[in-house]
Design a binder for this molecule. Structure first.
Ligand code: RIB
Ligand code: CA
Length: 303
């Protein structure tokens, strides 16, 4: 089994991503770290604990990380589409587990160094913890089998016309991870170009709700979002975890990525070039209906 670490900011789609990881026999989820993003760090940590317990994995270590971006407070007062508690309309029982002591970055470094098999790290929130891992523990970061980042875009934005939320929330961290990591890590950016086309529609959510408590939790989580749209809820983070679980489920191309971490209107933009190539790839396509079913059928197996 492939050891997996997830750094996240639950978040409704982070919840779907964690459900997918817990429902996938190909991987062993050896830890979850949290970062402020969709909601503050206390809530993302609480949500990660509750989601894992709900999925039958209260034993997976959860360790809290950065409560603020590296430099600028883009998140101050930000209220996103995930509701005040971060999981939309989903109300999960409180897990009996507590977050581990210590900082997420130390946990990530130790978990990577301890693992007998190379670890895949998936980041589904702002990249503050990952940037700090690269800065403080380059030897551990260099042992990663792969880093899969949900974030950025080749040609669009969702929090501004130029930027995707995870990158916009901490562009300096994203620059460090995606442009100047300082270590050789095979990195794949899974951006809005593919995640915005991998949707849970209202009809599919209604069917999912009939499959069991995990499906109902997802349907409850996205209900308010669906009420306000006519397309569906993008499963941003689950798409990144799907690629980590099943490498190649996404069509990924070699590229280089520049991140705009300046103060202007394009702050947080990811400029993707296919002219050069290093250790970075970007997702450019997928069989979106099949990808949606891959995710939701596995969520349904949690019962
Ligand atoms: O832009 C989508 C990303 O921002 C997802 O990770 C979602 O959870 C939010 O964090
Ligand atoms: Ca997220």
């Amino acid at each position: 089994m492939r050891p997996l670490l997830i750094d996240c900011d639950p978040g409704i789609d982070d919840m779907v991503a964690l459900f997918l990881a817990c429902a996938s026999p190909e991987t062993d989820l050896i830890g979850v770290t949290t970062v402020a993003g969709n909601v503050g760090g206390l809530l993302t940590t609480r949500n990660a604990l509750d989601v894992l317990a709900f999925a039958g994995h209260p034993d997976v270590p959860v360790v809290a990380g950065a409560a603020r971006p590296l430099v600028a407070e883009n998140l101050r007062g930000h209220r996103g589409a995930h509701g005040d508690l971060g999981l939309g309309g989903a109300r999960l029982p409180q897990s009996p587990s507590q977050a581990r002591d210590g900082h997420a970055v130390t946990f990530l470094a130790e978990a990577i160094s301890r693992s007998a098999a190379p670890v895949t790290l998936v980041a589904t929130g702002p990249l503050t913890n990952v940037a700090l891992l690269f800065a403080l523990h380059p030897e551990a970061a260099g042992r990663l089998e792969r880093l899969v980042v949900m974030g950025g875009a080749i040609a669009t934005g969702n929090i501004t016309p130029a930027a995707e939320f995870n990158i916009w929330a901490d562009p300096e961290a994203a620059h460090r991870v995606l442009t100047a990591p300082g270590v050789d890590v095979l990195t794949t950016m899974v951006g809005l170009d593919v995640t915005l086309r991998t949707l849970i529609t209202p009809d599919r959510a209604a069917a999912l709700a009939q499959t069991g408590r995990a499906g109902r939790a997802v349907a409850d989580g996205i209900a308010e979002y669906l009420a306000g749209t006519d397309g569906g809820m993008p499963m941003h983070d689950a798409v990144a975890v799907a690629e980590a679980i099943t490498p190649g489920i996404l069509d990924c191309r070699p590229c280089t990525i520049e991140v705009d971490y300046g103060p202007g209107p394009s702050r947080g933009n990811t400029l993707v070039s296919f002219l050069g190539a290093g250790t970075t790839t970007v997702a450019v396509g997928a069989d979106h209906p099949a990808l949606t079913e891959f995710v939701l059928e596995r969520v349904a197996t949690l019962g």
